[in-house]
Design a protein around this ligand. Structure first.
Ligand SMILES: Cc1cc2nc3c(=O)[nH]c(=O)nc-3n(C[C@H](O)[C@H](O)[C@H](O)COP(=O)(O)OP(=O)(O)OC[C@H]3O[C@@H](n4cnc5c(N)ncnc54)[C@H](O)[C@@H]3O)c2cc1C
Length: 319
């Protein structure tokens, strides 16, 4: 998030900055504007740009490292450069004078204490884990902390130890559970994230199936990337499209195929890659907390790095 003090005599300067872009050295004057941002790709790059324009920028990340969702890509060798991108952005931001606060969750109370002039909300998304039998433990882990349905952590542990759910790894967390993946894997969800992890595991010599209820894989992939990805899928993965997962079991996913038949797609580890949900509720709670608030990136609409960075650019121009 970025915060700017736009007093009457500064409007002209700000309009000038907007026309000329980021690389201007015109400051906002008076008390510097304070910007608070979360540390995904949507803001990392342009937090530095806002700082170069003279704003005091504070970038807050509730986790212990910047990089947002793509921290998970460190475990996929063919996406390691994408993971490293956040390191480059962080360096650029720090050089521009951005203060980075890790382990700092932005809440309405936090914003009230910091009293920024503008707030750029880039809190991203969380994994979509639907209420399908066998996904209970994974679902509990991704429910918002404030949710009344959230169980105490001891009960989540019980769920994990039980027959349901202890073989499920949410794709975003794969990098923390690399050694727990068996040699027979079913990837639940054939979007971009599901296809990439399936190829990665197939490259390791594991037997990999993908279960996807739509009739095609990775419609969300970039038009140039998708054909290359599908070629790799052909090499390493057994694909089950038009196949709806109904229950996750210890021995695989029980599905309904296009003809309505019940089929078991076998695998002793299930990677849950069923998509992402915007943190819309958390973003809505921050909407009135500063004079200027902009919600960008996946927090606004689940999308791509390109769009997240682009929206971050425009948010920085608007303050
Ligand atoms: C497995 C996977 C693979 C993907 N691969 C690609 C790809 O190859 N190419 C592509 O273009 N896109 C890809 N995407 C999508 C892309 O990662 C996202 O669109 C992009 O990262 C969104 O950036 P963001 O900054 O909006 O959110 P995020 O990257 O999610 O960052 C949000 C950050 O905000 C932090 N946060 C949340 N709440 C708070 C709070 N209250 N206070 C402080 N901090 C908070 C989070 O911890 C997180 O670090 C992929 C997504 C997934 C799940």
């Amino acid at each position: 998030m970025y915060i700017v003090k736009a007093e009457a005599n500064q409007v002209e300067k700000i309009v000038d900055m907007s026309v000329r872009g980021f690389e201007t050295d015109v400051g906002v004057g008076g008390t510097p504007g304070v910007a608070v941002a979360t540390a995904g790709h949507a803001v990392l790059l342009h937090a530095g740009a806002a700082a170069r324009r003279g704003h005091q920028v504070i970038l807050c990340e509730k986790g212990s490292a910047v990089g947002g969702i793509l921290k998970g890509e460190q475990a996929l060798p063919f996406k390691h450069e994408m993971y490293e991108l956040a390191g480059t952005y962080r360096l650029l931001a720090q050089r521009a004078g951005v203060e980075i606060r890790l382990n700092t969750a932005v809440t309405p109370e936090y914003v009230e204490r910091e009293a920024p002039d503008a707030l750029i909300v880039a809190i991203g998304s969380k994994p979509l884990v639907p209420p399908i039998p066998g996904l209970e433990a994974a679902r509990q882990e991704v429910l918002p902390v404030s949710s009344e349905a959230k169980l105490p952590s001891a009960q989540i542990e019980d769920l994990r130890r039980g027959t349901d759910g202890d073989n499920v790894i949410v794709v975003n967390d794969y990098y923390k559970h690399v050694d727990e993946v068996s040699d027979d894997v079913v990837v639940f969800g054939g979007g971009l994230a599901g296809c990439e992890i399936a190829v990665h595991l197939g490259m390791q010599g594991k037997k990999v199936h993908i279960v996807e209820m739509r009739d095609k894989l990775a419609p969300d992939a970039n038009v140039r990337h998708r054909p290359l990805l599908l070629k790799e899928i052909d090499k390493y993965v057994t694909v089950h499209t038009s196949c709806k997962g109904k229950e996750v079991r210890q021995d695989g996913i029980l599905c309904e195929d296009a003809e309505g038949n019940e089929v078991l797609i076998p695998g002793t580890t299930v990677i849950c890659a069923l998509g992402q949900l915007s943190r819309a509720d958390e973003a809505a709670a921050l909407m009135d907390s500063a004079p200027f608030v902009r919600v960008i990136g996946d927090a606004s609409r689940v999308s791509t790095i390109t769009n997240a960075v682009y929206w971050g650019y425009h948010a920085a121009l608007d303050i």
